[in-house]
Design a protein around this ligand. Structure first.
Ligand SMILES: CC(C)(COP(=O)(O)OP(=O)(O)OC[C@H]1O[C@@H](n2cnc3c(N)ncnc32)[C@H](O)[C@@H]1OP(=O)(O)O)[C@@H](O)C(=O)NCCC(=O)NCCS
Length: 239
């Protein structure tokens, strides 16, 4: 029996209240597209994601001919871990439970450049709820560490850190309160994360952002991260 060409995404489907799936392997061609579309119709899929290599022109052509819409460039950057000398990270500390409401508020307002907001078929209130849920889960053990930077009497921003393996670190979410931006908070948070990964003995740290998120790319680049991969996110809606 042939493997299914797509996989149903249970978490996304439940969260958005619509059946959502993703093309397996991230490639399309004239031979596979019919199976992909037929599977999606059989499975009553509402939205199908495709994460496509940016140098795969055949997949791009087939996607565009079949009503897939480009919603994001997925830019992944990486940093080879080394000791951080700069001490601007002093202001950030580990998350405390009492920070959570402010972190949720910042997360709900910060990710308008993501593919969910750019795809107008997703309800914007639900997109905000998705990021609120993401930071809540991160603080509840999904992330290995969450650091918080204080600004006057409130939270200035946060960063979540994951150890996918002892060698491989990953930054999950970074968010700075809108009224605190442009003052070095993001930089101090990234440095805190870099120090954390150094102390944990990781060898490389990865982070994903959007092609349209110039502020985030420049923030990571200013902290020594370099482009690791670029891929294309497409969404295909049915009905
Ligand atoms: C991206 C973000 C975290 C930056 O935080 P910040 O506290 O404003 O950043 P800093 O003041 O520490 O700036 C650090 C560097 O980031 C870059 N940067 C920050 N804001 C920028 C902007 N609006 N435009 C261009 N570059 C910007 C700059 O290179 C800056 O270094 P420089 O001042 O030496 O040039 C913040 O804008 C934010 O929370 N955005 C929404 C959430 C988000 O996009 N998160 C990251 C993707 S998951």
């Amino acid at each position: 029996m042939m493997n299914a060409p797509c996989k149903l995404l249970n978490w996304d489907s439940e969260f958005f209240g619509a059946r959502i799936a993703q093309v397996e392997g991230g490639r399309l061609n004239d031979a596979t597209i019919n199976r992909v579309l037929q599977w999606s119709r059989d499975q009553r899929i509402a939205c199908l994601y495709l994460l496509c290599a940016s140098d795969d022109d055949e997949s791009v052509r087939v996607a565009e001919q079949n009503k897939f819409h480009l919603v994001d460039l997925r830019v992944e950057l990486s940093w080879r871990v080394q000791k951080i000398d700069n001490d601007s990270a002093g202001a950030a500390r580990l998350f405390q439970q009492s920070d959570l409401p402010e972190l949720q508020r910042i997360a709900a307002d910060s990710y308008e450049l993501s593919r969910f907001y750019f795809d107008r078929r997703f309800d914007r209130t639900q997109c905000s709820a998705l990021y609120r849920e993401w930071i809540t889960k991160s603080c509840d053990g999904y992330a290995n560490a969450v650091f918080v930077s204080r600004r006057r009497d409130s939270v200035g921003g946060f960063i979540t850190c994951h150890l996918d393996s002892p060698e491989r670190g990953r930054i999950g979410l970074v968010g700075v309160s809108e009224n605190a931006r442009g003052a070095g908070t993001g930089r101090a948070l990234v440095e805190t994360a870099q120090r954390y990964f150094f102390d944990k003995g990781a060898s490389d740290v990865f982070v994903v952002t959007q092609g349209r998120n110039i502020a985030a790319q420049r923030l990571y680049q200013a902290n020594g991260f370099r482009t690791h991969s670029v891929r294309l996110w497409y969404h295909r809606w049915f009905g």
